[in-house]
Ligand binder design. Structure first.
Ligand code: SF4
Length: 289
C-alpha cells in the first residue's frame, strides 16, 4: 500500500502551549491536584494521557465544576477560551488559575471586545455549543451567532456596518458562502477571516493529494472542529475514496483494507503524532498480512 502523510501533523502551537502550561501548573504545585476545566484540547487520547499523568479533567457544567472546588485549588482553563464570568468566579473562589487559551482565540476575543466598545454589533460565524463560540457570545448581547447550520436572524442586526468574525477552526472554503449571504442582507458588513494557520494549512494540504487516492484516514476526535472540517473536505473532494475519521488505530481494525493500494493520512491539530505513527505502521504492514 502506498501511504501519504498529509502535512502538517502533530500538535499546533496552541495545543502545544496548553499542554506545557498544564505541566507547568503541576510543577508549580507538586502537592496539589491539577484540575482542567473541560477537555484541554479536543482529543480523547490526549485527555487519557493527561489523566495517566494525574491531571483531573472536569467534564460537567463549568460553573458547577468551579463551585465544587475550594480555595487554593489549581484550575487550568482550556485552549478553546472561556467567558470572563468563569474567570471572575474562579478568582472570587480563591482558585489558582492557569489560562491555556490559544493566542489566536484570545486575539479573536479581543477584537470582538474592541468592536463592542466602539459601539458596533458583531456577527460571529461559529458552531453553536462549541466552547470557543460560547466564549465569543459571552462578551456581549451585541454579539450574534451566525450558526454554520442554522444561519442567523437578521432582524437582530441594526448596525449598518457590523463586524463579522469567525471561529478559528471552521472550513476555510465555506466562509465565502457565509460572507455572500451576509453581504446580500447587510452590504456594509466588515469581514475578518480568523481561520487559524494550523487549520487552514491542513485544509489546503487535503486538497492536494492524488485524485485516485482510495482511502483517506482522518485522525482525531469527533469533538475536534478542525478534524471534522478536514473530514468534510475529504468527503467532498474525494467522493470515490473511502474516508474515515478515527480516534486511534483500534478504530481501524474493523475495516478490511486488503484491496486498498493508495492511502493518505491526515490528522487534526490536537492529535498526538504518535497516534498517527501507529496508524502509519498499521497500514504499512497491511500488504504482508
Ligand atoms: S487549532 Fe488553531 S485556534 Fe485551535 S489551538 Fe490550534 S492554533 Fe489555536
Amino acid at each position: 500500500m502506498q501511504i501519504t502523510l498529509i502535512k502538517p501533523q502533530g500538535f499546533c502551537g496552541g495545543v502545544t502551549r496548553a499542554v506545557s502550561l498544564a505541566k507547568k501548573a503541576k510543577e508549580d504545585h507538586p502537592s496539589k491536584d491539577i484540575y482542567i476545566l473541560g477537555m484541554l484540547a479536543h482529543n480523547q487520547t490526549l485527555i487519557d494521557d493527561l489523566s495517566k499523568q494525574g491531571f483531573i479533567t472536569l467534564l460537567g457544567n463549568e460553573e458547577e465544576e468551579i463551585n465544587k472546588l475550594k480555595k487554593g485549588d489549581v484550575i487550568v482553563f482550556t485552549a478553546h477560551g472561556h467567558s470572563e464570568y468563569l474567570d471572575n468566579l474562579a478568582i472570587s473562589k480563591g482558585l489558582i488559575t492557569y489560562d491555556a487559551t490559544c493566542f489566536k482565540v484570545k486575539s479573536n476575543l479581543e477584537k470582538i471586545q474592541k468592536e463592542i466598545e466602539d459601539g458596533h454589533q458583531v456577527i460571529y460565524i461559529g458552531q453553536k455549543g462549541h466552547k470557543e463560540t460560547e466564549a465569543a457570545l459571552s462578551i456581549s448581547p451585541q454579539v450574534s451567532l451566525y450558526d454554520t447550520k442554522l444561519l442567523i436572524n437578521y432582524y437582530l442586526i441594526t448596525d449598518k456596518n457590523p463586524y463579522v468574525i469567525n471561529q478559528t477552526t471552521l472550513n476555510y472554503y465555506e466562509l465565502t458562502r457565509f460572507y455572500d449571504d451576509i453581504k446580500k442582507h447587510i452590504p456594509g458588513a466588515r469581514f475578518e477571516n480568523e481561520i487559524c494557520d494550523a487549520t487552514r494549512l491542513r485544509q489546503e494540504a487535503m486538497l492536494h493529494i492524488d485524485k485516485d487516492v482510495e482511502l483517506i484516514v482522518v485522525v482525531g476526535h469527533k469533538k475536534s472542529s478542525n478534524t471534522n472540517r478536514l473530514f468534510d473536505i475529504a468527503k467532498t473532494h474525494y467522493p470515490d475514496a473511502l474516508v474515515m475519521m478515527v480516534n486511534d488505530v483500534e478504530d481501524m481494525k474493523v475495516f478490511d483494507l486488503s484491496l486498498i493500494k493508495k492511502a493518505a493520512i491526515a490528522s487534526g491539530a490536537s492529535t498526538p503524532s504518535y497516534i498517527v505513527d501507529e496508524i502509519y505502521e498499521y497500514l504499512s504492514k497491511y500488504d504482508s498480512r
